[in-house]
Design a protein around this ligand. Structure first.
Ligand SMILES: [Zn+2]
Ligand SMILES: [Zn+2]
Length: 201
């Protein structure tokens, strides 16, 4: 079922996931379930924004501070400065707790540049839909870059849906024989690369 090129992509993704500095987030939209409410956090060319009252008042909040901890080097930007009047002790405590409770964080969309072995790739995620401009993704609907992001953002994103390998579909059709050309062209299998272990290969 799994061909060697796919195994290669999975192995690359395992290695890339140890090198998060390859990733740079350019835009980001997140639904964040706080203690009492759900807030929308965005990152774009103008910087961070959050819909919570704390951010409106101080320009910084524990939600963004939690994301700064979680995304770290993938943001390639300095942490927001603390503000006058902000309850820093309480906000730092909340941020470190939130950063451990990733089920509070739901990624709605993002846009990243992924530094691959030989060139940079543009990868987007929108409401569960992944896209990468790499050749492998264009051909197979998944690639080492997407697999890497699934590993790095585990629990915060939907896993990629992969079409059944065309080789396999063709073989099945042949075996089925009988000239009947009806087959389920839209058959999809959900794969979780972190489960599809390549250990021992
Ligand atoms: Zn906030
Ligand atoms: Zn890719």
């Amino acid at each position: 079922m799994m061909d060697y090129s796919m195994i290669g992509q999975i192995q690359k993704a395992k290695q890339y996931a140890e090198e998060p500095e390859r990733v740079t987030f350019h835009t980001l939209t997140i639904e964040f379930t706080g203690s009492n409410n759900t807030y929308i956090i965005t990152l774009d060319a103008t910087g961070w924004h959050c819909t919570c009252p704390g951010f409106q008042k101080y320009g910084i909040c524990p939600h963004i501070m939690a994301l700064e901890r979680l995304f770290g080097i993938m943001l390639k930007r300095d942490h927001l400065p603390y503000a006058n009047g902000q309850n820093v002790v309480s906000d730092v405590e909340k941020a470190s707790r939130y950063a451990r409770e990733v089920d509070r964080i739901h990624l709605v969309s993002f846009e990243i540049i992924f530094q691959g072995g030989h060139s940079d790739y543009h990868l987007t995620y929108q409401q569960g839909q992944w896209e990468c401009d790499s050749f492998y993704f264009q051909k197979r609907g998944i690639c080492s870059h997407v697999m890497t992001m699934e590993r790095l953002l585990k629990g915060m994103v939907e896993p990629v849906m992969m079409l059944v390998a065309p080789e396999k579909a063709a073989t099945t059709e042949k075996i089925g024989g009988g000239g009947s050309s009806q087959h389920t062209g839209n058959e999809q299998t959900q794969i979780r690369p972190e489960v599809a272990s390549v250990e021992g290969i």
